[in-house]
Write a protein that binds this ligand. Structure first.
Ligand code: ZN
Length: 330
């Protein structure tokens, strides 16, 4: 049996259905994406039955009052705005998102967003990327979303969006359209969202000032005189030079360990850790939380070394990875 409440709701749904049908009939000739579909009506009915409050503006089922969104003057302004042009870039060995962005004077999130990258870890040599000629992000227009909404969301001028995308009819932006939003300002939250969505690997700063004397990979070992895998990079610096945490985290180990000599290991979460070896002194304790750039020790030559230097490692899931592909030089 239907409760009295439900009967009332059902009746209002029917009335609503009817009135929407009338509205639809009077709006014929307009593009279907602008009007209310059966799907919208059913969703609306669902909401009503569930006792939800319905806001027509928020739902935007009438496509919003997106008419004459820009003035004549803005139209002129839009015409003189540089249009977005994409070029192709083929990923090279050793490339990462930051390197590529820097190379073209762009922000990392521009490269990510324009290419709709789901996982920034999987950039592989030979992969093709779209590179825009200006800073910004890609936005896919949602149903019922207007140019005003988009301009507000990214804190940019409507005329710039119209100009960059050479939109001929600003009153008719269809859902699903890809728009380039020039100079979009992303909030911290929004940037974090992109980072999460893209599985971006963490970045590390250089742990100390100095010259890189030996890189990651196979090399002839200077002491054992045979080919050995170098699990990190060596940075030459005077004894006593401060060594900084390459990223925030928790000290996992601080003490003497075999050939490493005096060693600090920092756990950064998500399976990443960094190691700082051959230190002359250690400035942190096991279990301590450290911030990026916090001094953790001093350069020395403890353990197996041929001279004073810092041996720096980045490990992912226990496996050494090339620190240079994670370093973000500032
Ligand atoms: Zn080394």
């Amino acid at each position: 049996m239907l409760g009295e409440n439900k009967v009332v709701r059902l009746a209002s749904v029917l009335i609503l259905f009817f009135s929407l049908a009338v509205i639809l009939a009077t709006r014929q000739g307009e593009p279907p994406s602008e009007g209310a579909s059966t799907e919208d009506l059913l969703r609306l009915a669902d909401q009503l039955l569930a006792g939800e409050e319905i806001s027509f503006d928020k739902e935007g089922i009438f496509g919003g009052d997106a008419f004459n969104v820009i003035t004549e003057r803005e139209r002129e302004e839009a015409k003189s705005y540089p249009p977005v042009v994409f070029r192709e870039y083929v990923v090279r060995k050793g490339d990462n998102i930051w390197k590529i962005a820097k190379k073209f004077g762009l922000d990392w999130y521009t490269v990510l967003s324009v290419n709709r990258l789901k996982n920034a870890n999987y950039l592989r040599p030979g992969q093709k990327l779209r590179i825009p000629n200006q800073r910004g992000v890609l936005h896919v227009v949602k149903r019922g979303e207007t140019l005003e909404d988009i301009a507000l969301k990214y804190d940019v001028k409507i005329s710039h969006i119209v100009g960059a995308n050479r939109i001929t009819d600003p009153d008719q932006i269809k859902a699903g359209t890809e728009l380039f939003i020039p100079n979009a300002k992303l909030t911290y939250k929004k940037r974090q969202e992109i980072v999460r969505r893209s599985n971006i690997p963490p970045t590390f700063i250089m742990p100390c000032r100095g010259r890189i004397s030996s890189r990651f990979g196979w090399r002839l070992h200077p002491i054992y005189h045979r080919r050995m895998f170098h699990s990190g990079i060596d940075i030459v610096a005077p004894r006593g030079t401060l060594v900084y945490a390459a990223r925030s985290g928790r000290v996992k180990f601080a003490g003497w360990l075999g050939g490493y000599g005096r060693l600090v290991v920092i756990d950064h979460g998500n399976g990443y850790e960094t190691r700082y070896a051959h230190l002359s002194s250690i400035l942190v304790r096991k279990g301590q939380r450290v911030r990026t750039g916090q001094p953790i020790g001093r350069v020395g030559n403890t353990g197996v070394t041929t001279g004073v230097h810092l041996h720096f490692e980045v490990r992912r899931g226990g496996k050494p990875v090339n620190p240079l592909s994670f370093l973000r030089f500032r």
